[in-house]
Design a protein around this ligand. Structure first.
Ligand code: PFF
Length: 479
């Protein structure tokens, strides 16, 4: 009991579903999903993504929950399975670190837009005279980028340090549904803009041209798989940690379906908001990591305009910021609690505050390049990776992994480490500990459904998909 107390506040105060849905729904859905769909052909991406979530995502999430509950720990779960698997825990823990370093940059940008619209409500100019073109300006406004990165990191750290997750839980119970409502409102508004229909066609009209050659199919597979890892918070110890707080009577299988389902619903909403907005306001679907900001600014400033645009813009970015913060708390928490758990096990003082401060500072520093390279637009305060490599956007070696620091960090995590982690985890669960998931799921008294399928998935399907993804990623380095 004492150990549970010392271990942290999540156990009793955070509703399990709220915590895992809160961590799952975030910028991955609103920012990542539309821009990745936009750069890989719309429909093709959507189909591959949905198939991946159903066949691979649910199984992985279930495996992680089971692993966490069985071992009663987070990233340390692998070490409990066997000393030699320890490295998997380290690999998993490195991902939240690198992800948070760019996640906080984006969270900071949403905060900047939120502040901008708030200021506009009071009749002042919140966007430096740039209106809907603000995005291009902000990218080169290095001071603001760094300031807002620092603010996002500070807020995340303060919450993790202070353990006020109880408050955040109550807050996000209101904020998440409110975000859903505002998304639907904006979807309806955008639907009535001339030209919006093209955006739906881009998403939903069957177009298999991306599947006509192997390379582009594998590219879609790689991007969709990365997005799945990111959006479902897989392969980074998060769900293992959540599982460890899940009481024995709760159904793992049910939760492993509800979380991906809700997460995918939000991603679809975001797509149905942004793709038609791009079509209506002439924003390129393939605009890359800035797509959310660039397209929505048109909607609020040019489309809605005036006070309505300012108020809706403010509410939208405020709620997106909350969604981002609930996710960044989870990212920092998994790192902090990983060390806190270790210290408690060794009989040392947990030093939660000190540890979260050290992580926050390191993450801020690693995040700086992602905040300062103008997302690779060229000639910024810090050169983008492709510029360091002596390339230009027209050179043959220019690729999605080197076009900016953010995409590089993204590639290292969701392109390499996460599929690698998932590969090993599914091999372990499929071959080495074949009864772990089934037995753990049955603890709650429910029969284990789909045993045959999950056995096949852990043994063959997931490893195969992961190998294809890794192969494609490695190939991309040498293009
Ligand atoms: N799943 C989150 C999103 O889609 O924004 C990102 C994330 C949050 C990943 C928390 C991992 C995590 F622990």
């Amino acid at each position: 009991m004492n150990e549970i107390k010392q271990r942290g506040q999540w156990g009793s105060t955070f509703g399990f579903l709220m915590a895992s849905i809160g961590s799952a729904i975030g910028l991955g859905n609103l920012w990542g999903f539309p821009y990745k769909m936009g750069s890989t052909g719309g429909f093709a991406f959507l189909v591959v993504y949905l198939i991946l979530v159903v066949t691979v995502g649910i199984a992985l999430m279930m495996g992680e929950f089971a692993l966490g509950r069985k071992t009663g720990t987070g990233v340390g779960a692998y070490a409990k399975l066997g000393e030699k698997y320890k490295v998997l825990g380290w690999m998993a823990a490195f991902c939240p670190f690198l992800i948070l370093s760019f996640y906080a940059v984006l969270a900071g940008m949403t905060l900047r837009y939120c502040v901008g619209f708030l200021v506009q409500i009071f009749g002042m100019d919140g966007f430096a005279g740039q209106g809907s073109g603000f995005f291009g300006f902000l990218l080169y406004d290095t001071k603001s980028m760094v300031l807002f990165l620092a603010l996002a990191m500070l807020i995340t750290m303060a919450i993790v340090m202070g353990g006020v997750q109880g408050g955040i839980e109550k807050f996000s119970k209101v904020a998440m549904p409110a975000l859903g409502v505002i998304l639907i409102g904006i979807i309806i508004f955008v639907a009535f803009q001339p030209g919006a229909i093209e955006g739906y066609k881009f998403m939903f009209k069957p177009d298999f041209s991306q599947f006509s050659d192997f390379n582009s199919f594998f590219n879609v597979l790689k991007v969709a798989s990365g997005q799945m890892f990111f959006s479902l918070s897989l392969a980074m110890g998060i769900n293992i940690t959540f599982g460890s707080y899940l009481s024995k009577e709760k159904s793992i299988q049910r939760n492993a379906v509800i979380v991906p389902f809700s997460d995918t619903l939000f991603a679809l909403f975001a797509g149905m908001m942004i793709m038609p907005a791009c079509a209506a306001f002439g924003v390129d679907y393939g605009a890359g990591p800035g797509l959310l900001f660039a397209s929505m600014q048109n909607v609020f400033i040019d489309g809605m305009g005036g006070m309505a645009g300012n108020v809706v813009g403010f509410l939208f970015y405020f709620l997106v910021f909350i969604a981002a913060i609930t996710s960044s708390i989870a990212l920092l928490e998994v790192l902090t609690s990983g060390i806190v758990d270790k210290r408690i096990a060794k009989g040392k003082d947990p030093s939660r505050k000190k540890i979260s401060l050290i992580f926050a500072v390191c993450i801020f520093v690693v995040g700086l390049p992602a905040a300062m390279d103008a997302l690779g637009s060229g000639g910024a305060a810090i050169p983008a990776p492709y510029e360091l490599l002596g390339l230009t956007p027209d050179s043959p070696g220019f690729a999605m992994w080197n076009d900016c620091w953010l995409d590089l960090y993204d590639m290292i995590t969701e392109g390499v480490l996460m599929p690698l982690g998932a590969l090993f985890m599914s091999l372990l669960l499929g071959w080495k500990f074949p009864n772990l998931v089934k037995e753990e799921c049955e603890e709650s008294g429910n029969a284990f459904k789909g045993a045959g399928y999950f056995k096949f998935a852990f043994r063959f399907l997931i490893p195969l998909v992961m190998i294809l993804v890794l192969y494609t990623q490695i190939q991309a380095f040498f293009l």
